[in-house]
Design a protein around this ligand. Structure first.
Ligand code: A3P
Length: 292
């Protein structure tokens, strides 16, 4: 079984997948020119990226809302540090929407200076880990994830794409004053999607009619997104994602970690994560029945 070192590389204290991202390209991002109208969605992997990409796309792209625009979600809201389709981001028309998993200190300096808007979506890390475990079976490049115990150790050591979950969220949260940023959690989106969509619209200065908001909430539901090949990432090349092994939109719930993690694994997880998590200014819920 390949170890995480074989498919990841380290860049300035963070980890990236070798075949998708290069250090040379990451070097260029510091000076990537930011426009005030840009919107960046920041997430740790498996925390609701595609979900929020879809919401942003629905808010901004009339054609998407009306079903007239034939574009993949990954092209509407492309991944900053990974150019799947070799598009020149600098020539895209405004407002540009991006998604990124970068830690705060690796994003373009224009973003760190408060230009442009940032939406950070966080998810409870046990569910993010379990989601990553299942996703690893689809992603051709992730090699060490077949055994949950091994993957959990890599996750707890931060030797996974985007590095240590704690560092990622702590870094963004501690430096929030440098950014024009809205924090949301996967759990609050799951509990009350309409309020989350309204929060996003409010932050972006978009005042949409009630019916449009209703439509976005409907189109961003798990069931609708799962049957749409563009939002279920079935249009990503099969040499990156093998959709015969599962679905990108898998379960879409809170607390699925309980179906995989043993009590001993959960306790080990807590022994490493709990202390730092308690200092974070976020409330996560660990079960779909828990109040937020
Ligand atoms: P699960 O594997 O737990 O189902 P990301 O896009 O950051 O990789 O996150 C993927 C996770 O978000 C998956 O979690 C996926 O099912 C979930 N997700 C995507 N769209 C969703 C939606 N509309 N509602 C709820 N969860 C969603």
């Amino acid at each position: 079984m390949a170890s995480s070192e074989e498919y990841l590389f380290e860049y300035k204290g963070c980890y990236f997948i070798k075949t998708l991202i290069t250090p040379e390209y990451l070097d260029t991002l510091e000076d990537f020119e930011i426009r005030e109208s840009d919107v960046f969605l920041v997430t740790y992997p498996k925390s609701g990226t595609v979900w929020t990409q879809n919401i942003l796309s629905l808010i901004y792209h009339e054609g998407h809302q009306n079903g007239t625009e034939e574009a993949d979600l990954i092209d509407r809201v492309p991944w900053l540090e990974c150019k799947f389709r070799n598009v020149d981001y600098a020539t895209r028309t405004s407002p540009r929407l991006f998604a990124t998993h970068l830690p705060y200190y690796l994003v373009p300096k224009g973003l760190r200076n408060g230009r442009a808007k940032v939406i950070y979506v966080a998810r409870n890390p046990k569910d993010a880990l379990v989601s990553y475990y299942h996703y690893s079976k689809l992603n051709i490049y992730i090699k060490d994830a077949q055994d949950f115990d091994i993957l959990m150790e890599s996750f707890l050591a931060g030797k996974v794409p985007a590095g240590l979950w704690l560092d990622h969220i702590d870094g963004w949260s501690t430096h929030r004053d440098n950014f024009n940023i809205l924090f949301l959690t996967y759990e609050e989106m799951k509990k009350d999607l309409r309020s989350s969509v309204l929060k996003i619209c409010n932050f972006l200065g978009k005042s949409l009619p009630e019916t449009k908001v209703d439509d976005i909430v409907d189109k961003a539901s798990f069931d609708k997104m799962r049957v749409d090949p563009r939002t279920n990432y079935e249009t990503i090349a099969p040499d990156i994602l093998d959709n015969t092994k599962g679905h990108f939109l898998r379960k879409g719930t809170i607390g699925d970690w309980k179906n995989i993690m043993t009590v001993a694994q959960s306790e080990r997880f807590d022994s490493i994560f709990k202390e730092r998590m308690e200092k974070l200014p976020f409330k996560f819920c660990w079960d779909i029945k828990d109040e937020l």
